[in-house]
Design a protein around this ligand. Structure first.
Ligand code: ADP
Ligand code: TRP
Length: 333
């Protein structure tokens, strides 16, 4: 008999238009995995609430994220594709995990630590403006992962700590109560751990420095032309590994073009404006075939809702047995 296929799971927050960093760091690797793993991919809408409180904006971003996945080739016949908020068991499990997780573990989570550090640097109270949702964020994420017995979690580098926190909570629970939870592994692609944004920081919906995947070609060009570079002249040799343009270019240009550009970086003869023009063109062309599908999906929310409702039903039926077992284990049955 064949062993049951392993489970891959990942989520993305609907906090803005998905961008090239999301594509390279997570969406593309996740879609590639979906042929080999039983895949559960979802829209982490409740995670987005830690930052977003406006109905219309949140709704728009939910459909942008859903349409992006579908246009880029997620096959809902093979992938269980759903909205986190449709799975009530996730929230039940979040509470249970919170009663087993040491508080100190959450004090050490990067996002919370950064918020505290920023406050302290500005002479404010450590927790000023920090909502309890931000603090508990890693627990909700641990519940997402553990509920489905996930083995592999494709994410960008910035999410790795959350998978480690999940493993810590799961293994200490298992240690006391037997093998309830599967311990997940993060899958962080070596190639595109951290894609830089146009200002050179990590490309992120939070920093307003993104190149959205499906913006129209003129908007993509505008963003690409704004990518920060040093001020070296075309004749001067340059370090490609320090260049924010090349960090994106190398993922999309044909191999011979990459080789040619590399030579020009190292030996002189590369003008930033020139490689930026080429990059803008390549990006627009690369996503052109899927852009029409993306736009059509944005116009047909009912079709997207049907796909997500079907995914939610499948996801819930898979979540229930684990929750029953867990309730019996802890004495709530
Ligand atoms: P953002 O920082 O833009 O809000 P998310 O937190 O929604 O992105 O991330 C969705 C997924 O995309 C995560 O797995 C994350 O690690 C990955 N990701 C986000 N930005 C980048 C980036 N610049 N480079 C590589 N992966 C990224
Ligand atoms: N926190 C992730 C991010 O910001 C999104 C997410 C929520 C997630 N739940 C998850 C990713 C479970 C992987 C697995 O990108």
């Amino acid at each position: 008999m064949n062993a049951a296929p392993k489970i891959a799971l990942t989520g993305i927050k609907p906090t803005g238009k998905p961008h090239i960093g999301n594509f390279l760091g997570m969406i593309r690797p996740a879609i590639d995995l979906s042929g080999r793993y039983r895949a559960f991919y979802f829209i982490a809408d409740y995670h987005a609430l830690t930052t977003y409180k406006d109905r219309a904006t949140l709704q728009r971003h939910i459909y942008e994220v859903a349409a992006t996945w579908l246009a880029l080739g997620l096959d809902p016949g093979r992938v269980v594709f759903f909205r986190q908020s449709d799975i009530a068991e996730v929230f039940e499990l979040t509470w249970i995990l919170s009663c087993w997780a040491p508080k100190g573990l959450l004090n050490r989570a990067h996002a919370y630590k950064t918020a505290v550090q920023t406050n302290q640097d500005e002479g404010k109270e450590a927790d000023e403006g920090v909502n309890a949702g931000l603090y508990n964020y890693p627990l909700l994420m641990a519940a997402d992962i553990l509920l489905f017995g996930s083995h592999l979690v494709p994410v960008g580098q910035d999410q790795k700590q959350h998978i480690e926190i999940t493993r810590d909570i799961a293994s200490s629970f298992n240690h006391r109560h037997g093998d309830i939870f599967t311990l997940p592994e993060a899958l962080v692609g070596e190639e595109a751990k951290v894609v830089p944004g146009i200002d050179g920081r990590k490309m992120s919906k939070n920093y307003n420095n993104t190149i959205p995947i499906f913006d129209d070609p003129s908007a993509i060009r505008k963003q690409v032309m704004r990518i920060v570079t040093d001020s070296k002249s075309p004749q001067e040799p340059k370090d490609p590994d320090q260049c924010n343009v090349f960090a994106i270019y190398r993922h999309f240009a044909p191999p011979q073009a990459v080789e040619r550009r590399l030579h020009a970086y190292r030996h002189g003869g590369l003008a930033y404006s020139d490689i930026k023009q080429e990059l803008a063109h390549i990006l627009a062309e690369n996503f052109k075939p899927q852009r029409a599908a993306y736009e059509a999906l944005l116009e047909d929310r009912a079709a997207v809702d049907r796909v997500l409702a079907q995914g939610a039903e499948q996801a819930r039926s898979l979540a229930r047995p684990l929750m029953s077992k867990l309730r019996r284990t802890i004495g709530i049955d």
